[in-house]
Design a protein around this ligand. Sequence first.
Ligand code: C5P
Length: 306
Amino acid sequence: MTQPGPFRVRAHAKVNLALRVGAVQADGYHPLRTVFQSLALHDTLEIRPKRGPFALTCDDPGVPIDGRNLVTRAAFGLWAALGRSGAPGGVAVHLTKHIPMQAGLGGGSADAAAALAALARVWTPRGPRVDLAPIAARLGSDVPYFLVGGAALGLGRGDELFPLVDLPAFFVVLALPGFGVPTADAYRWFDEDSEAGCAATLSAGSIRAWRGLKLDLSNDLEGPVTRRHPVIASIRRVLNESGAAASAMTGSGSAVFGLFATRTGARRAARAVAEAGCAAILTRTVDRRTFQRVHFSFASSSPRHA
Ligand code: C5P
């Protein structure tokens, strides 16, 4: 088998422009209606063929690199789906983190999807012999989206995907409170608040989206998370007062994003967020074509069977 040389893949972050949540089902999951949008902000996975068992390293000592890491779980999931016995081998992955964790930006899920796509290249160099989407869905509800990218509608658990026409490009300010929100907690708070009758959706504004149609931004998890972490509301106020076209919490939080038409406006807002004592990242939206084109950027040598 011809092995590719070392190469890099990008794992792009996402925001949920809209996230509507239904009542919890018997399986413990909530039916969703969400609009995902890729961001330029990304982690990087460097894939290096090597002898011996699969190995994962990471530049961030706060990231577990054992069997809990979604990249490792992706490697085991793909290896098994390919019908190979034992533990995966022949590859080392080095993960460079830029996407904040427990922020609702999909960092772990993006890493997992990028790992699936990259490892499929190494382990099936004559072209994928396996459908990656079901393996991705078993790793987490958001993972299948990261095989698609751009603007996409997610139904079911968010894993039934319908690619959408690209939105106009926006600059995006991500405001990061100094805490993370575990996904399961946000959904549990949603259930508690629904039972207590106080899970009303917070208004988040609307943007011009497809051919002039308006897209309403709202996140049904934002109310429950804001009730436990009121700083989310203060940060959104800062973004709105700085001229955001719209703002909302992304996914299960804790990050809040603002959309801006100009880089200057976004820079000004990022400064205001920082002055309010909150870390800020300035990035922009990425359309599906760009997502798919830049997904693989090769290091010293390219795989022969791209
Ligand atoms: O699928 P994932 O592992 O990312 O989900 C983490 C947790 O978030 C689930 O265990 C569940 O508690 C909650 N969740 C949910 N409904 C969804 C997606 C996630 O309740 N549609």
